[in-house]
Design a protein around this ligand. Structure first.
Ligand code: AMP
Ligand code: TRP
Length: 317
């Protein structure tokens, strides 16, 4: 089976945008790939985050991933900072990456604007660490959201530079984009669902019934908003019901209230077993810690192999 790597930052609550745009795919890809999934806590240090919050977020994220179907029997699940090698390889890649390539990254430009008082060097070299995450395992496949395509392109550039300068060693990793490219905000229907646009914009997978009901009831229902709600329904509801509501929307007969009620119902149905699993792991945190430790140990073995060969190739050994 081909190797696959992906990472997610522990920077806050997981919402349906993350699930549909990334994590659902992560779970499904376990059938076809040798999957390595990482909670990339070192990437989270590029933003101003309190140490307790970072620790807490990382464990919560691990719980959410397990509840959403990441199976430690099939895949490796680990904390990036538990494996020695990510930053070491990133340094070697830093020395191959033109600064101009980093300065033109959209995410760097956006983040620098957003955190104008904290444009740290980590923000600039963020995609180099990302390339190291992927190539430390020589992963050929990387499921990501659309916004990460540019970073994947840079990962391939870095692999090519290494291969040309030293020896053909790293694969040129290819992205896989999930079918739900952009799940939209409930409050601002022309923006993507995101933590940064406020509580009312997203449904977190840990939101309770009352909160979800209120958020959907308050969702904006201009033309774009209704189409978003219908699209959201299509992911969780039945295809027949979706088609029926779409037809009736086109005929100008769909009642917003009915659409919202149907949507609340299917989302609650989907989240019920997920939240039961979350509650289970919340009560069994040592189990989660063990899963992360075991995943880290296995990942470390693969990382050691790569680093030993890389050090030989670049002349550090
Ligand atoms: P973030 O929350 O921005 O760190 O994103 C984590 C993962 O979820 C990335 O792979 C994103 O591409 C994906 N993602 C986040 N928000 C959305 C959204 N609204 N629609 C689709 N995918 C998303
Ligand atoms: N930059 C990615 C994001 O913001 C997270 C990430 C870090 C990642 N390392 C990775 C994704 C390696 C895929 C592969 O979503």
């Amino acid at each position: 089976m081909k190797k696959l790597f992906s990472g997610i930052k522990p920077t806050g609550k997981i919402h349906l945008g993350n699930y549909l745009g990334a994590l659902k795919n992560w779970a499904e890809l376990q059938k076809k790939y040798n999957c390595i999934y990482s909670i990339v806590d070192m990437h989270a240090l590029t933003i101003d985050i309190h140490p307790n919050e970072l620790r807490d977020n990382s464990l919560k994220l691990a719980i959410d991933l397990l509840a959403l179907g990441i199976d430690p029997k099939k895949s490796l699940l680990f904390r990036q900072s538990d494996v020695v090698g990510h930053t070491e390889l990133a340094w070697i890649f830093n020395c191959l990456t033109p600064v101009a390539e980093l300065e033109r990254m959209t995410q760097f430009k956006d983040e620098s604007k957003r955190s104008a008082g904290n444009v740290n060097a980590g923000l600039l070299t963020y995609p180099v660490l990302q390339a190291a995450d992927i190539l430390l395992y020589r992963a050929e496949t990387v499921p990501v959201g659309e916004d990460q395509l540019q970073h994947l392109e840079l990962t391939r550039i870095i692999a090519r530079k290494f291969n040309n300068r030293y020896q053909r060693y790293f694969p040129e990793s290819k992205p896989i984009i999930s079918p739900a490219r952009r799940v939209m905000s409930l409050k601002y229907p022309d923006k993507k669902m995101s933590k940064s646009h406020g509580e009312a914009s997203y449904i977190a997978i840990r939101d309770d019934e009352k909160t979800i009901t209120k958020k959907i009831q308050k969702a904006v229902t201009n033309e774009r908003g209704i189409l978003n709600l219908l699209e959201l329904y299509s992911y969780f509801g039945t295809q027949n019901k979706y088609k029926e509501m779409m037809e009736s929307h086109k005929a100008g007969k769909l009642m917003n209230l009915q659409l919202k009620e149907e949507l609340i119902k299917v989302i609650l149905e989907f989240l019920k077993p997920v939240q039961e699993k979350i509650a289970y792991y919340e009560d069994n945190k040592p189990k989660v810690e063990k899963i992360l430790r075991d995943g880290g140990k296995k990942a470390q073995r693969q990382a050691d192999q790569t680093m030993s060969q890389v050090k030989q190739l670049v002349g550090l050994k």
